[in-house]
Design a binder for this molecule. Structure first.
Ligand code: PLP
Length: 408
């Protein structure tokens, strides 16, 4: 196996040459969004400079080229996540829209008194759409608790099912704790009771191979911008057997077969769920993004990130008063922490002055913060281009700011 050449990879990311407050930028907010390599930006540029035309509408060559590029991406995504057919690949704006689509469309089948199961570690994107549905019908949300180490209480999970359970929706990887949930096992249990499963893959897709056939989930949503791709594109995978029966999510151009004022018929899958002009420029570039991840190798990326995670966590634990939230075995490279009683904003602002970008706050997971009994954390997360030297600089920075925060 070729060695992992992080310095060569870093040259693909001009932003990493930036300085902040006169210090080299150390970007550790990859969970929120990851940086985009030259190859993907060039694919965006190529689309604008050479192929821009609206898709699925023109007989002229340019439009047909743009359409072919969009549909080639769909096939590439299908292959990448091992879906059975391109009919199962719906382009969205991101994970959030994918989950809203399912809540709105699949949720239209729910009746008053029906129940869904979520987990205490969900991002707001997998909570609020279900609450909005709950404003239209009386839906009970049942919540799987989280153990102290950040793993789910699977006994409690199994105990939450009953004859009114209509769907389980949970994240593959927690954006706060880094926990990798046992999707296959949880899905098999739900299916044994005929309950379908939606999995939020926003934090898994950038860090591990996704095989929807193996996981057997019914819906899987993820975002390009967290996978080194352009913002504004996401994918919702859905099993054809469900998508076929589900009503459209939004109405407009592209999603119809025929429109009259008396009756409209809808387009076939996947277009039934893609109303209006899609973000065809970024969709085409997303193809380059999958090529890029494949060329580096998702397993090599995961191994590199894991090494950084292990080393950094061990060094952080040497700092007095350090609290790390999420210690599940096999977790992803996300470290949520608090230093003594210091406010997370203060820690984040001091790190920024040293050129280090970390996220602070509740990370769109306020119910999880409530469970942890805190208001927020500081979160450092790694991507394929982060280096050991950056991790060392991060640790040195924590030691440097500790006295300013009343620690050490
Ligand atoms: N789900 C999880 C677990 C996330 O971490 C995020 C974003 O941070 C989302 C959903 C929402 O993703 P997007 O904002 O790309 O729709």
């Amino acid at each position: 196996m070729p060695t992992y050449d992080v310095e060569r990879l870093r040259r693909d990311y001009p932003i990493l040459e930036r300085q902040v407050y006169g210090k080299p930028l150390i970007y550790l907010d990859n969970t929120a969004t990851s940086q985009t390599p030259r190859q993907v930006v060039e694919a965006v540029e190529n689309m604008y400079y050479a192929h821009k035309a609206n898709v699925h509408r023109g007989v002229f060559s340019l439009s047909q080229e743009a359409t072919a590029m969009q549909e080639a991406t769909r096939e590439k995504v299908r292959d990448y996540i091992n879906a059975a057919s391109t009919s199962e690949i719906i382009f969205t704006r991101g994970t959030t829209e994918g989950i809203n689509l399912v809540a709105s469309s699949f949720g239209s089948f729910f009746e008053n008194g029906d129940e869904i199961i979520l987990t205490a570690m969900e991002h707001h994107a997998d909570i609020v759409p279900w609450q909005l549905l709950g404003m239209r019908k009386r839906i009970n949300i049942r919540v799987v608790p989280v153990h102290k180490d950040g793993t789910l209480d699977l006994d409690a999970y199994r105990s939450l099912f009953n004859e009114r359970t209509r769907l389980v929706a949970f994240t593959h990887v927690s954006n706060v704790l880094g926990t990798v949930n046992p999707v296959k096992e949880m899905t098999a249990y739900a299916h044994s009771l005929d309950v379908p499963v939606l999995c939020d893959g926003a934090q898994a897709a950038p860090h591990m191979a996704i095989d929807v056939a193996d996981l057997d989930v019914d819906f899987y949503a993820f975002s390009s911008h967290k996978m080194y791709g352009p913002a504004g594109v996401g994918v919702l995978y859905g099993k054809e057997s469900f998508l076929e029966k589900m009503p459209p999510y939004q109405g407009g151009g592209e999603m119809i077969s025929h429109v009259s004022f008396k009756k409209t018929t809808f387009a076939d899958l996947p277009f039934k769920f893609e109303a209006g002009t899609p973000d065809f420029v970024d969709i085409a570039a997303f193809s380059a993004c999958i090529d890029y991840i494949r060329s580096v190798g998702i397993d090599a990326i995961a191994a590199h990130e894991h090494e950084l995670l292990e080393w950094t966590t061990a060094e952080m634990m040497k700092i007095p008063g350090m609290r790390i939230f999420g210690t599940a075995p096999g977790k992803c490279a996300v470290i949520s922490f608090l230093m003594g009683d210091a406010h997370h904003y203060d820690t984040g602002m001091l790190l920024d002055k040293l050129g280090i970008a970390v996220r602070t706050g509740h990370h769109c997971a306020q119910p999880l913060m409530e469970t942890l009994g805190i208001e927020g954390t500081v979160r450092a997360s790694f991507a394929l281009y982060n280096t050991r030297a950056e991790a060392e600089a991060f640790i040195a920075a924590l030691h440097r700011i500790a006295p300013l925060l009343g620690i050490e």
